[in-house]
Design a protein around this ligand. Structure first.
Ligand SMILES: [Zn+2]
Length: 63
């Protein structure tokens, strides 16, 4: 799901008429956040560690 958003990110912005800030807000509303480490868009829960705390790494960066 997140991959689809990444692929179509710029196209989606054009279609929806959103700028980057509005788009990121929209993504947040849908529990998708940008990984601060790799800039990949991932589900918000992926930025949590096993204790449920935010460590700022997506599954890709952590593994
Ligand atoms: Zn990452």
């Amino acid at each position: 799901m997140a991959t689809g958003y990444v692929d179509g990110f710029e196209r989606a912005m054009g279609v929806l008429g959103l700028d980057v800030e509005a788009m990121e807000e929209w993504l947040l509303d849908h529990n998708i956040e940008r990984c601060p480490s790799c800039d990949w868009f991932v589900a918000s829960h992926e930025l949590l560690n096993d204790e449920g705390e935010i460590d700022g790494l997506c599954d890709n960066c952590r593994s």
